[in-house]
Design a protein around this ligand. Structure first.
Ligand code: HEM
Length: 148
């Protein structure tokens, strides 16, 4: 579980990254496809909308972190969507490494061991939730993918 202090750390660092969101997102997707070129065809050719979607969803998730409940507005829908995109549990660690790498790159000297640990926890909580929801049987009323 994240401590209140870790949440503050993650939020403050996120605000810094957000100021340079496009660069960080470009580095993030470049890194994913460097680590796993075989998954490139799963993604749209033009990543510009996806970059914006990812950073806004991350903003929402980071904003909804809560030391008592953990999270997580929005992670459930993301989990269901990702099952449809073909994301598998084994892809999540690699995407997490790419995210941490791009955050470290964007934050430069502000990236510390404590911050890395806090971001690892955030990613772990979100990814676990997405995987769990993706593995669950579909809800009877499940409709087409919803982007929030
Ligand atoms: C915590 C981890 C992740 C987060 C927060 C995340 C977030 C997002 C968001 C916000 C979108 C935009 C569409 C939507 O809202 O449904 C998206 C699309 C996508 N994600 Fe992820 N993602 C994560 C992990 C992964 C993983 C592990 C994969 C595996 C390869 C993946 C593959 C994709 C693909 C293929 C799309 C594009 C779908 C399309 O536009 O056709 N994502 N992701």
């Amino acid at each position: 579980m994240l401590t209140a202090e870790e949440i503050v750390r993650v939020r403050t660092s996120f605000d810094m990254v957000f100021a340079n969101a496009n660069d960080t997102m470009t580095a993030f997707y470049d890194r994913i496809f460097e680590l796993a070129p075989e998954i490139r065809p799963m993604f749209p050719a033009d990543l510009s909308v996806l970059k914006q979607d990812f950073i806004s969803k991350l903003a929402m998730l980071v904003g909804s972190l809560d030391p008592t409940t953990g999270l997580l507005g929005g992670a459930d829908i993301l989990g269901r969507n990702h099952q449809k995109y073909g994301a598998k549990a084994e892809h999540y660690p690699m995407v997490g490494e790419a995210l941490l790498w791009s955050l470290a790159r964007g934050l430069g000297p502000h990236w510390t061991d404590e911050l890395e640990q806090a971001w690892r926890k955030v990613y772990g909580v979100v990814a676990q939730r997405m995987v769990d929801v993706g593995n669950a049987p579909p809800a009877p009323s499940a409709g087409p993918s919803q982007r929030m």
